[in-house]
Design a protein around this ligand. Structure first.
Ligand SMILES: [Zn+2]
Length: 471
């Protein structure tokens, strides 16, 4: 290398380092502003208080879900955004009905009460309830090896626990949830009369956890009732079965499916100053299960997403791209809101370049999971140092969120907030998912972390993407 070329490269290096430092300084000041505003003057916790305590569980098609639509629309209108509107979407309506009842009968007249709840989408038991012998399996594969001879006329008890040594609890959930989702459809094929599924919970307690299930293409007259049992209940049933294999399990539930009803996604927008036709969205899902208040799932994600737009305004940041908050309806038992949002975006040829979802609970944020190409991931990794003071360190490639999934296209960046997940399944889809389970500071740190990522994405844009070129 010639001397002057050498000097020139040194000079270039110094300039780029100085530039990087300048950029980082400006950004670290903006992040500090965002975290300060969220922790000293956040709105997310008050909004969650209202959603949880004044409204409560928000199952799709319920009166509460409609109340939540009206409330969040009104609150977004107070923020002085450029636009707030409702996007209609047809959603399923499943109603739990009377509280479920269950017992285990170990001898004539000898019964003990069990903690169960109907799975979302399940059919009812006969009016007088359903009583039958039980066959325990560890999953769908074991079910298939038993065959009709051992299953016909019985209640299948799916008892594979979440794998406790997995640090990512969502992985443990993913390893079990097929029992809940497809257990009834599979068991019905072998002549089972009902199913009971161990709750997707890593803790030992008495709360049954509901969740979506599907009969697939099973004809209506072959559908069998499905319920979840608490982890304590599952262990008790399993231990007793070992001593008394012919014990009987009784359960009664009168849930029902009604015709679809109209509901809405709630949307607010700050229109971009430079790229009004390029959209970056942040969201969570407004519906929840009905047993608790849906405070972690996904009230937290809803109020954090709302606060992202408020915090951008409050810290005086004017985005170049159009930033939308989208509160999706019906993630839990249909994903209709997420699908409808993507359908409308395609019809209107809206160019979505970035989407961020918070749907993993309102716990201490650790970072984000990114679904994107290498160039964009490299850019994201270059921001890691900015987040370090806030103990945000997890930047990994992976999934994003269910509601934003349908938007996915080449060149786009999708991301999911990743909070600490160790306690999430203590509450997930259960009666104890209430306001008290959410910590104010943890919730606000999450809102600030999301706002910071939106700020950086808006400022630096999407790298080498077809989405960017297309506009
Ligand atoms: Zn959720």
């Amino acid at each position: 290398m010639k001397k002057h070329t050498y000097l020139l490269s040194i000079l270039l290096l110094i300039t780029s380092v100085l530039f990087a430092q300048k950029v980082n300084k400006e950004d670290s000041i903006q992040l500090k502003k965002i975290y300060t505003a969220s922790l000293l003057d956040g709105k997310s916790y008050d909004w969650l208080d209202h959603l949880s305590n004044k409204i409560g569980g928000r199952l799709s098609g319920s009166v509460n879900a409609e109340k939540a639509v009206k409330y969040t629309q009104a609150e977004l209108e107070k923020l002085g955004l450029d636009k707030v509107w409702l996007q209609p979407v047809m959603v399923p309506k499943w109603v739990r009905g009377l509280k479920e009842y269950s017992f285990m009968e170990t001898g004539p007249g000898i019964t003990s009460i069990m903690d169960i709840c109907a799975l979302g989408g399940s059919v009812a038991t006969p009016n007088a309830g359903l009583k039958a012998e039980v066959i325990e399996v560890k999953g769908l594969e074991e079910l298939a090896t038993l065959g009709r001879e051992k299953i016909e006329g019985k209640i299948v008890f799916y008892n594979r626990p979440m794998q406790a040594d997995l640090i990512q609890t969502f992985e443990a959930y993913g390893g079990c949830v097929d029992q809940r989702y497809s257990g009834a459809a599979e068991a019905a094929k072998y002549g089972a009369v009902g199913i009971v599924v161990r709750s997707m919970n890593l803790r030992q307690d008495d709360f049954p956890h509901t969740g979506a299930m599907s009969y697939g293409d099973l004809p209506e007259n072959q559908r069998i009732p499905a319920c979840a049992i608490s982890t304590n209940g599952a262990d008790k049933l399993s231990n007793t079965l070992r001593l008394i294999p012919d014990l009987k399990f009784y359960f009664k539930q009168n849930c029902k499916v009604f015709p679809d009803v109209e509901s809405y996604n709630v949307i607010g927008e700050i229109t971009g100053s430079k790229y009004p036709n390029k959209f970056m969205i942040v969201g969570g899902h407004l519906d929840s299960w009905d047993l608790g208040d849906g405070s972690h799932d996904d009230g937290a994600g809803v109020v954090q997403s709302m606060d992202v737009l408020r915090l951008l305004k409050e810290t005086g940041y004017k985005p170049e791209h159009s930033i939308r908050v989208v509160l999706f309806m019906n993630e839990e038992n249909g994903l209709r809101g997420g699908r409808e949002y993507a359908t409308q975006a395609n019809l209107k040829k809206e160019n979505h370049v970035f989407a961020l979802e918070s749907d993993s609970g309102g716990f201490t944020p650790r970072g984000f999971s990114f679904d994107c190409d290498d160039a964009n991931f490299a850019q994201v990794q270059s921001w890691e140092a900015l987040f370090k003071p806030y103990l945000i360190h997890y930047f990994e490639k992976g999934g994003s969120g269910a509601d934003i999934g349908p938007l996915k296209k080449e060149g786009m960046v999708l991301a999911g907030l990743r909070p600490d997940s160790q306690r999430y399944f203590d509450y997930h889809h259960a009666e104890n998912d209430t306001f008290e389970a959410v910590n104010k500071r943890e919730l606000e740190l999450g809102a600030a972390t999301m706002t910071s990522l939106i700020y950086l994405m808006d400022k630096y844009g999407i790298k080498n993407s077809t989405a960017q070129v297309k506009n």
